[in-house]
Design a protein around this ligand. Structure first.
Ligand code: AGP
Length: 615
């Protein structure tokens, strides 16, 4: 869960690396560092904090020249996020330098052996152990860097994307991957290395994504050489044309990525259903499903595995699948599923949901399900990500890059894909009438326009945010399809504003949380007209009689809740199962404004990273 960047070519490496690291800060931002080769030396600068902190000190610590370099932005796993633990790490001789994203699980035993052989360690990291292991192998076996990396990696257990170079061979970088992503951008006589393609998008449209257990030897001005780490077989680079554009990874006038991404939702939802939905012909086309229809048809049940916001999208999907397609569904935290010896059979269909496609627990859950013969279908946003590759089939959400750590457009596009899938399966199974099916398709097509209307309430939501920005606790309530939205609303507030918040099914309130309600407790209630409306109104009355503050998301024209609530935000009328696509928007905006008003770092909240590639 770190970002890595490297460059070898004819340009000055430093600005490319720094800008690249800034684009990868969504992966971690505890500490940052850079190493440049210049005139026989490796110059290194490292600091706790963000890439901006690194930029502020690097010039005073070293010369910024050099056409070969590597950089790192870290989310700490081993050792505190201080200067000594920041990457890059040098080997004992000072000849080798490495950056690493991942974890070396057996680093302690390797470290012990290296200490016995006289190695000295200056950090608490597993990465420093790895670079010294490579150095030891290189010396002992008298081999070149590439071979030494390969032998060393065969001795380690864990996950990695690494880039390493040798001061005495400054025309070469060696990279390798297992479990963590690594892309190589191919320019003219120059190569870029990064955790994803965003650091090099303005330089080249061609990239090679390393597969797991592959390494590459990259020589200045030559072709890259790919090998399998295990058995040294030659692999052939598959050059892919990148679809990414610069605009998608910049803020485009928005103050934060999160706000930009909230506003991108009409477009992202439309992109997600475009080409898949034909309301005029009453058709849903999903290639990944069409090719495996038999597996879905024969499924005894669907198990959904995911984490965080993606898990909330999975909960919404549970309601839709059971409601429309009448297939039993279980929704599991991937982190629990992978360790609890679950019953999985070859009649199960497992759906793994992940924005990043790199979440370690979700990936492990997929591997477990596959080992029991289940068919695994992925719903990912990042094209070519580990989960997208590991699953048997899948459907991408076309949300575009999501950079803010708080997921917003990933959530709504995941629900969009899962709704299409549920409709398709319902049609197949004959559990939905033709008219209901067609109405749903027409209604989905109308969703982007309705999201735009909800976004118009932003000034109102900002006004509400001001009233509750100093709260210490908040409750979020919803029923049915909007219970997961309550959970998601609470998660958004927690992660970016550090206010304690709980999401509950509204009816559960009286089984405990009602004890918390007093005049200081804001309660955000989703009270749309089609979702058990009268029951939710009763819950609102219960809150009101205990003096709780009520902020309700209601359907346009609602008068009953308006009378009871302290504040309301309206959403346009839609079918109940699509309502999460609208009700979630004001809650996203509310969290955003509260976080901004509290002076929090919205896009990079403390202790978090965008993709959680560790357990
Ligand atoms: C969402 O706002 C969170 N940052 C987090 O819960 C996230 O959804 C979770 O880590 C799963 O990530 P994924 O979708 O990339 O697998």
């Amino acid at each position: 869960m770190c970002g890595i960047v490297g460059y070898i070519g004819n340009r000055n490496a430093y600005p490319i690396i720094i800008k690249g690291l800034q684009r990868l800060e969504y992966r971690g931002y505890d500490s940052a560092g850079v190493a440049l080769y210049d005139d026989g030396n490796i110059n290194v600068s490292r600091t706790p904090g963000k890439v901006d902190d690194l930029r502020a000190i690097a010039a005073s610590e070293m010369t910024l020249d050099g056409t070969l370099g590597i950089g790192h932005t870290r989310w700490a796993t081993h050792g505190e996020p201080n200067k000594r633990n920041a990457h890059p790490h040098l080997s004992n001789s000072g000849d080798l330098v490495i950056i690493h994203n991942g974890i070396i699980e057996n680093y302690e035993s390797i470290k012990k052996e290296l200490i016995q052989r006289g190695y000295v360690f200056h950090s608490d990291t597993d990465t420093e152990v790895l670079v010294n292991l490579i150095e030891e192998v290189k010396k002992k076996e008298n081999v070149k860097l590439g071979k030494a990396v390969q032998i060393a990696l065969n001795q380690v257990i864990g996950a990695y994307a690494i880039a390493v170079f040798d001061r005495t061979k400054p025309d070469e970088i060696v990279v390798a991957k297992l479990g963590s992503p690594l892309a190589i951008g191919i320019g003219e006589d120059e190569f870029f290395i990064a955790s994803d393609a965003s650091p090099f998008i303005e330089y080249t449209n061609n990239a090679v994504y390393l597969e797991d257990e592959e390494m590459a030897i990259i020589r200045r001005g030559k072709e890259i050489k790919l090998r399998k780490i295990k058995d040294d077989r030659v692999a052939y680079p598959m050059v892919q044309e990148l679809q990414l554009n610069l605009e998608a990874i910049e803020k485009n006038g928005f103050e934060h990525f999160m706000l930009k991404e909230i506003y991108e939702q009409p477009h992202a939802i439309r992109d997600t259903f475009r080409g898949r939905l034909r309301a005029d012909q009453g058709l849903v086309k999903m290639a990944g499903v069409d090719q495996h229809l038999e597996r879905f048809r024969n499924a005894n049940r669907i198990i959904i595995v995911a984490c965080g916001t993606s898990w909330h999208a999975g909960l919404v999907a549970e309601y839709i699948f059971e409601d429309l397609a009448r297939i039993p569904v279980e929704v599991e935290y991937a982190s629990e599923f992978r360790y609890r010896n679950p019953v999985i059979t070859d009649k199960d269909v497992v759906i793994a949901i992940s924005q990043s496609g790199e979440t370690a627990d979700t990936l492990a859950a997929i591997k477990l399900a596959k080992s029991h013969g289940a068919f695994v279908f992925g719903v990912c946003n990042v094209v070519g990500s580990s989960i997208a590759r590991e699953t048997d089939a899948g459907a991408y959400t076309h949300a575009g890059p999501e950079i803010g750590v708080a997921s917003t457009k990933a959530f709504t596009t995941q629900i969009t894909v899962l709704t299409l899938l549920a409709l398709k399966l319902a049609k197949e199974a004959g559990t939905i009438s033709e008219s209901h099916f067609r109405n749903m398709l027409t209604e989905i097509e109308a969703i982007p326009g309705k999201v735009e209307r909800v976004l118009e309430s932003n000034p109102e939501v900002e006004h509400i945010a001001r009233a509750y920005k100093d709260s210490t606790n908040c409750l979020y309530l919803g029923r049915g399809y909007n219970f997961p939205v309550a959970l998601e609303g609470a998660l958004k507030l927690k992660e970016i504003s550090y206010i304690h918040a709980e999401g509950y099914p509204a009816a559960e309130m009286k089984h405990g949380p009602i004890a918390l309600i007093d005049e200081h407790m804001p309660v955000f209630v989703i009270a749309t007209r089609k979702g058990h409306y009268e029951k939710v109104v009763s819950n609102i009355q219960e809150i009101k009689s205990r003096k709780g503050k009520i902020i309700a998301v209601v359907t346009e024209g609602d008068e009953q809740v308006r009378e009871l609530a302290d504040h309301v935000v309206e959403i346009p009328e839609t079918s109940e199962c699509l309502s999460p696509l609208l009700t979630t928007i004001p809650l996203q905006l509310l969290s955003y404004h509260i976080a901004v008003m509290r002076g929090c770092n919205v896009d990079q909240p403390r202790n978090l990273a965008k993709s959680v590639t560790v357990e």
